[in-house]
Design a protein around this ligand. Structure first.
Ligand code: CA
Length: 228
């Protein structure tokens, strides 16, 4: 599911596209002019833009260049012109994909999904292995090693360790862990974290009383740091 900025001046076409994207779970904002599109892109940072080429205020190709001047957001061109030369120019000018009108809602959704998938891959540049001291956490393969030895962790223990190892030295609150690792809102006193942390510590050969990597910050949360 994505937030989509739909730029289309024909209100019938706009209404149909808006409905079909919304029906598929996307959050859609629709505007009718290139200048409004530029404003919205700057203000709302959508995940994707669907841009009609025939707009009342600016030529679509100019609108595309102006959008590219301020954002890397994926852009799908929706055009009535089935002109190969024009399409090549638009792709060179920074469009990620194009669709020739008329098209179905299912087709549009398939293009949106495919462009977002490619954009997601391209932007995934964070390191896939975290290292803190002698601890290595390989996020891609979901393998953690300590002092060169693999740790035999459950899925949640791994997620917890990975979350803390991505923020070495920072105190992470219980509430944040529940929301980000367990994906549930914090509901009063919850033993879930303590149980998982107990086992994680055991497997890492440490205890709350004698911490090496995993430190409890009383009343606040937890912090993972490399031992001195
Ligand atoms: Ca139009």
């Amino acid at each position: 599911m994505a937030t989509v900025l739909l730029v289309e001046d024909d209100h019938v076409v706009r209404g149909a596209m808006l409905r079909s994207l919304t029906d598929r779970g996307h959050t859609v904002q629709a505007v009718a002019t290139a200048l409004e599109a530029l404003r919205r892109v700057a203000a709302d940072a959508p995940d994707l833009v669907v841009l009609d080429l025939g707009l009342p205020d600016l030529d679509g190709a100019d609108a595309l260049r102006m959008l590219r001047g301020i954002t890397d957001v994926p852009i799908i061109i929706a055009t009535a012109r089935d002109d190969e030369g024009e399409i090549v120019r638009l792709l060179r000018a920074g469009a990620d994909d194009y669709m020739v009108k008329p098209f179905t809602g299912a087709h549009l959704d398939a293009r949106v999904t495919s462009v977002l998938r490619r954009a997601g891959r391209a932007s995934r540049t964070e390191p896939t292995t975290l290292e803190v001291g002698r601890l290595r956490v390989d996020l891609g393969q979901r393998i953690a090693q300590l002092d060169g030895e693999p740790l035999n962790l459950t899925r949640k223990e791994f997620d917890l360790l990975a979350y803390l190892a991505a923020r070495p030295g920072h105190v992470v609150s219980r509430r944040e862990l529940l929301e980000e690792v367990w994906r549930q809102p914090s509901i009063g006193e919850d033993q879930t974290i303590d149980v998982h942390l107990y086992w994680l510590r055991r497997k890492m050969g440490e205890t709350a009383a004698k911490p090496r990597y995993l430190h409890t910050v009383r009343g606040v949360g937890f912090r993972l740091v490399a031992p001195d």
